[in-house]
Write a protein that binds this ligand. Structure first.
Ligand code: DGL
Length: 260
């Protein structure tokens, strides 16, 4: 089974991408809704939660882990890799690789939660690969609650996005990383605001699913150890109507969330 965790249901954008690209592999998902959001928490708290989430997934049969939360990936990836002896994927590295390969001007924008932007992980990883590039980061803490409220097309959301994106527009970026699980749901608005033909959006959920697909094709024996063909399971540590609605929006169908 492919274990995927997030602070809530936003990471289902990753589960959806994995389901689409690797339809034969069973997914087990854990959304830590009880402690969401992670984006405003301290690195210590996020690390502790991430270890617990990984233990839960491994305990339920996961053989591979995807950290489907940028906030968790930004502070907990190294520790999870040191602690657990299974392949651990995360949303940041594949998005960085795609951004570095895509930019022409070398001006890359990154949007994320406070925890992700404060960690400086995107800047660090991009500059490691291309020291001559310029990274412009913007913490956008109001976007997650707006998506969770379902205010995806609301006038207020458009106004807030305009404010967040203005400094990135000014920097003439040609590539923008959506460094948070919730932002793919705002993709159309962001694309419209940044100019469809001027800025390429990098969706980390798609990039991590593509990376996993390549890994499994290069490691077919490992791929055989994953369970195939059974139904995907979605667990949450708290169950709310808003979460059910967001999950439905992400998948375009009802998803059974089981509270544990
Ligand atoms: N999943 C988080 C992320 O990608 C967003 C929600 C949160 O702050 O917990 O950063």
């Amino acid at each position: 089974m492919i274990g995927i965790f997030d602070s809530g249901v936003g990471g289902m954008t990753v589960a959806r991408a994995v389901e689409t690209l690797l339809p034969d592999n069973q997914i087990i998902y854990y959304g830590d809704l009880d402690r969401t959001p992670y984006g405003n928490k301290s690195p210590e708290a996020i690390i502790e939660y991430s270890i617990g989430n990984t233990e839960f997934l491994l305990g339920h049969g996961a053989k591979i882990i995807i950290i489907a939360c940028n906030s968790a990936a930004s502070v907990a990836s190294d520790i999870l890799r040191q602690t657990f002896a299974v392949p651990i994927f995360e949303v940041i590295t594949p998005a960085v690789e795609r951004a570095v390969a895509s930019t022409v001007t070398g001006n890359i924008g990154v949007m994320g939660t406070r925890a992700t932007i404060r960690s400086g992980i995107y800047d660090q990883k991009i500059i490691e690969q291309a020291p001559e590039f310029h990274v412009f980061s913007k913490a956008c803490p109001l976007l997650v609650p707006l998506v969770e409220e379902g205010w995806i097309d609301a006038r207020e959301t458009k106004m807030i996005l305009r404010k967040y994106l203005a400094p990135l527009k000014q920097k003439q970026i040609d590539t923008l990383v959506l460094g948070c699980t919730h932002y793919p749901l705002l993709k159309d608005l962001i694309r419209h605001r940044m100019g469809k033909n001027r800025v390429r959006l990098i969706d980390s959920s798609i990039e991590v699913a593509l990376t996993l697909k390549v890994y499994l094709s290069e490691n077919p024996d490992f791929g055989k150890t994953l369970q195939h063909g059974s139904q995907n399971k979605y667990f949450v540590s708290d169950l709310t109507k808003a979460a059910v609605a967001t999950a439905e929006k992400i998948f375009g169908r009802h998803i059974d969330l089981e509270k544990v």
